[in-house]
Design a protein around this ligand. Sequence first.
Ligand code: TPP
Length: 315
Amino acid sequence: MNLTELKTCDDLRRLSLKEMEVLARQIRLFLLYSVSETGGHLSSNLGVVELTIALHYVFDASKDKLIFDVGHQSYAHKILTGRADQFSTLRQFHGLSGFQKRSESPADPWEAGHSSTSISAGLGFAAARDLLHQDYEVVSVIGDGAIGSGMALEALNDLGRQRRKMIIVFNDNTMSISPNDSGLEKSITRLRTSKVYRDTKKDLSQSLSSSEAGQEILHFLKRSRDMVRQAVVDAPLFSQFNLNYIGPVDGHDIGALISAFQTAREKDEPVVVHVITKKEKAIPWPKTIRSVCGMASVRLMCIPESRWPHRFPAF
Ligand SMILES: Cc1ncc(C[n+]2csc(CCOP(=O)(O)OP(=O)(O)O)c2C)c(N)n1
């Protein structure tokens, strides 16, 4: 697929799941090559490729408000909204911005640079929509580093009180600029590992497997990409803010992501979709240096030339 031909959600909706998976690999390679020439944020962008494809499949960026916290992880979003051909100018004077930028595209409703503003911004859009009786979805994508700041927590608090329809995609990659180390991180780890999901799944499996009809349902659930995980469940960290929770969802499984976002979109209330991603997904570099590889000349710093693919694979 020619990445420069991708402009709207309809371009994605024409693709099969398999084709979207191929597209994700293609975008990742494109970013690897392109950012190694221009400099820019690499690892945070590689981590959200599938997540962004799924968002653009479910939502319509020409109408819905897709907000990326900080904005540094919006490269795939830029590619999917008709800006792939500008990547050689990334972060240069008069070139493509390294963040979301309103003057660049109607698909960029918000611009930041500072972290942790996306939930407040989203709530603002949601309030404006409700007051003006308009009809669009609001999605704020925020990382596990940014969500612990005062401004983000204040916005969660406010959203739990106002209960406006909006979706928070909680992009949990266990990393900020370096690994997270906070009180909140411990609660997130509990959510990530012990989790209602596993209990729900176990309970459901046990109760269903006792009858023949139940076994059929179980078989269906397993086939339909872990639907259990897509249910809205109670999660202490977010229910304390009075927010619905879906997750954790494998952030590199496009089918599971689409299903979770569709479930969230159906709710008339705020929903947090907890997505687990791997920040440096598919980069062949040593773990020890991944945290400094966000910026500048990635190729020189991180990837021995001998480990580069010889050419772009054909798709
Ligand atoms: C107010 C503020 N503080 C610090 C920064 C520097 N900064 C840029 S990205 C980032 C980490 C964001 O981590 P996370 O939210 O986990 O997102 P990820 O990069 O993992 O996608 C930080 C601290 C900033 N942009 N704004």
